[in-house]
Design a protein around this ligand. Structure first.
Ligand code: NDP
Length: 334
């Protein structure tokens, strides 16, 4: 038997424990072309909140009473596929459960010699690729420009800021605690950091960005995103990656009208999802792995121990409980 986590009630506002249920079920058996995987690590991500709503988006909503899924690292326990052998370490979109049966086409092996397995859920995984493509394809930071990133101490933001530094930009991060702002400056080499919970963001931004803002990497939306607009330079770029401050809103989130700011500065504001770049994932993965090996990229992970705490780790994302990538450890890799 194994445990799995199902969505049993759609959240209204901030999710609570009664939206989810732990269910005991049998471990499945692989058919031809499938493998049985023991779950080692589960990625918990803010975008999963959107999939809990019954609303059209770039990815279908979770069905009620179905197992929640996200990025997982696991180890092959039994293989009925010529592509995988017992003990291979693999990653793919799998269920929040202790064991999964997966088609061999839906998973891939990871190179655990290059980096620890969890890195494939963080810097070398979906969030690293999001940072890479959003910043470089849309943001296009140039030497000496000012780049501001919100959600800066999180999985995406921390990589965005470091890539911007690699490209020679002056980098300002916005995050929700003094511990996080100190981490950005002292560990990741950001030029300045703002604690949006204790500082007036507009004033702090004007002080931290004396030359205005050329790139704003948007992870949080809301009032933080609003505060950027008056400081935009001519031809500024705004990759809109996420808006976590509004994910639990019950009403439509209204802010200042953006058109005037964009027209006056000829700025580009463009939403994207990492899935837009699937054809270029190899390029992104190679670049991120190269910087990691050269010591130019650092990454942090907040690992919550135990499958029973998966929901806690997910809910913590909305309280700023994580530094770097939020991951749940379910079992050891053997
Ligand atoms: P993070 O690791 O950044 O975790 C979420 C963080 O958001 C928290 O730690 C918290 O940090 C911050 N936060 C939570 N609530 C608020 C709030 N009300 N206002 C401001 N900040 C808040 O998550 P990810 O790096 O995985 O994701 C970052 C953003 O990127 C999310 O919006 C996500 O949806 C989006 N995303 C988009 C993708 C795409 O393809 N477009 C792919 C992956 C992620 P703090 O302590 O600083 O408040």
């Amino acid at each position: 038997m194994q445990k799995q986590i199902k969505l049993v009630k759609r959240p209204v506002g901030t999710p609570t424990y009664d939206n989810f249920e732990f269910v005991d079920t049998h471990i499945g058996e692989p058919d031809e072309g499938e493998v049985l995987i023991r779950t080692n690590y589960i990625s918990v991500d803010p975008y999963l909140r959107g999939r809990m709503n019954d609303a059209k988006s770039y990815i279908p909503p979770f069905e009620l009473n179905s197992v929640i899924s996200s990025g997982v690292i696991g180890q092959v326990v039994e293989s009925k596929s010529s592509k995988f052998q017992k003990n291979d370490i693999v990653t793919g979109p799998l269920g929040w459960q202790e064991y999964s049966v997966a088609k061999d086409s839906s998973i891939r092996k990871i190179d655990a010699d290059l980096a620890p397995a969890t890195a494939y859920l963080s810097v070398l995984g979906m969030t690293g690729l999001t940072a890479y493509f959003g910043l470089l394809d849309i943001g296009q930071p140039k030497d000496g420009e000012t780049v501001v990133v919100s959600g800066a101490a999180g999985a995406v933001g921390s990589i965005v800021g470091q890539i911007a530094k690699i490209k020679g930009a002056y980098v300002v991060g916005i995050a929700g605690s003094d511990e996080k702002t100190a981490y950005l400056i002292n560990e990741l080499g950001f030029d300045a950091a703002i604690n949006y919970k204790t500082q007036d963001v507009r004033t702090a931004l004007s002080e931290a960005c004396p030359k205005g803002i050329d790139v704003y990497f948007e992870n949080v939306g809301g009032e933080i995103g609003d505060a950027i607009l008056p400081l935009l330079n001519k031809f500024a770029r705004i990759p809109v990656c996420g808006a976590i401050s509004s994910y639990n809103n019950e009403e439509v989130d209204l802010g200042p009208r953006v058109q005037g700011y964009l027209i006056k500065t000829s700025s580009l504001m463009r939403g994207f999802t990492v899935g837009d770049y699937t054809q270029r994932f190899k390029e992104g993965s190679q670049a991120l792995a190269g910087w990691l090996q050269d010591g130019k990229l650092q990454y942090e992970e907040t690992i919550t121990d135990g499958f029973d705490h998966t929901i806690d780790a997910f809910l913590d994302l909305f309280k700023g409980g994580n530094l770097g990538k939020a991951i749940v450890k379910v079992s050891d890799i053997e």
